[in-house]
Design a protein. Structure first.
Length: 118
């Protein structure tokens, strides 16, 4: 099971380990992809280009992004998943990466839980 917090701004977060470092990861329920990583982490996840995708962001803005297959440690196991890279400092976890999980966000108690069901 993955546990995290809802921060003071109301953002659900967990921690992930990449290249022996721990990073804050936002669970973005509006992001239906797997993972968005800071560009500086690219060398540590063995990226392999798979396709170019058109994504629609907030306010209807469209962007074209390269999507990569990456090896990523998640919930105590290595998974191969799809990721994009951006000039940001934070990791985003999308709903597709959580498709085998029951996600519970309790804003009052400020807790996040993701339990793998399959």
């Amino acid at each position: 099971m993955i546990v995290g917090i809802v921060d003071r701004k109301g953002v659900p977060c967990i921690e992930v380990a990449i290249a022996s470092q721990t990073y804050r990861a936002t669970i973005d329920t509006g992001f239906n992809g797997d993972l968005e990583l800071p560009r500086f982490l690219r060398p540590f996840v063995n990226p392999r280009w798979i396709f170019e995708a058109e994504s629609t962001l907030a306010a209807g803005m469209s962007v074209s992004e390269d999507v990569y297959a990456v090896e990523f440690s998640f919930d105590g196991r290595m998974v191969e998943t799809e990721a994009t890279f951006a000039d940001v400092d934070e990791v985003l976890i999308g709903t597709r990466l959580l498709r085998d999980y029951r996600l519970s966000i309790d804003f009052v108690a400020r807790t996040v839980r993701a339990e793998r069901l399959r």
